[in-house]
Design a protein around this ligand. Structure first.
Ligand SMILES: NC(=O)c1ccc[n+]([C@@H]2O[C@H](COP(=O)([O-])OP(=O)(O)OC[C@H]3O[C@@H](n4cnc5c(N)ncnc54)[C@H](OP(=O)(O)O)[C@@H]3O)[C@@H](O)[C@H]2O)c1
Length: 218
């Protein structure tokens, strides 16, 4: 199958390499064509670079928006016409760095990032927040672990979005575990209790048990 990846920086390039290793065909778009071209060359014939963000979606079964949270809405607005019915996977964490390099949460209170992003998408889009629950280095080192695969947590409200995210997570060399609906995306983010965890399925399921559902959105 084919995935579009928009944004080929730290996390986008890592996701691309893991999906390509699992046999996914990729359409890459980035504001930084140099990094997209270098990535496609490294991956080989399974990846093509396209001219614009919207072009990436042509024929794709899923689109991964591997973008900083601050540019996400602008890109969604530009490609919105092609998103209805599409599986959209978002690894973005709603964080930024301030002038002195300190981590700033962009959504300190209120709805979760997953709920905010869902509100930016056109109706009928299938959204899953996934692939942003680990640093890129961990995503690289924990993929295709043996004998037991490591878990990648995801959240989704829509069943089809969940099924699509699970397929991609397996292709990338992990075992998917749903941590809840979009309102729970904060658990996956920097500062969340499920962030940067490398655990097997049994431990993962114990962590997301019913007793843990009343958590803050970030
Ligand atoms: N890196 C990680 O370890 C990691 C792990 C988990 C989650 N995340 C989350 O993932 C998100 C992305 O992080 P990152 O580290 O990958 O950031 P990054 O290295 O800055 O990569 C973002 C990429 O998006 C490109 N871009 C910017 N505007 C674009 C546009 N309009 N259309 C297409 N591409 C565009 C950037 O190009 P330019 O460089 O030219 O702007 C860059 O290649 C963040 O929200 C972060 O919190 C990151």
């Amino acid at each position: 199958m084919t995935s579009a990846i928009i944004g080929t920086g730290g996390i986008g390039s890592t996701i691309a390499r893991q999906l390509a290793a699992g046999g996914e065909s990729l359409r890459l778009a980035s504001a930084d064509p140099g990094s997209a071209n270098a990535l496609a060359t490294a991956i080989g014939p399974g990846a093509v670079v396209v001219a614009g963000d919207g072009d990436a979606l042509a024929g794709a079964d899923a689109v991964i928006l591997a973008l900083r949270f601050t540019v996400l809405k602008g890109v969604i607005d530009q490609i919105a016409g092609a998103l209805t019915g599409q599986l959209v996977v978002v690894p973005s964490n709603p964080v930024s760095l301030d002038g002195s390099g300190q981590l700033v949460h962009l959504l300190p209170d209120g709805p979760s990032a997953g709920q905010v992003v869902a509100g930016w998408l056109p109706p009928g889009t299938q959204l899953a927040m996934a692939f942003g629950s680990m640093r890129a280095e961990l995503l690289r080192s924990a993929a295709r672990r043996s004998p037991e695969r490591a878990v990648l947590f995801y959240v989704a409200d829509d069943e089809r979005a969940g099924a699509g995210a699970e397929r991609l997570i397996r292709v990338a060399g992990f075992e998917p575990v749903k941590a809840g609906g979009l309102g729970q995306s904060g658990r996956l983010e920097v500062g969340g209790d499920l962030h940067d965890l490398v655990v097997g399925p049994e431990r993962a399921r114990s962590l997301i048990g019913p007793g843990r559902s009343a958590v803050p959105n970030r």
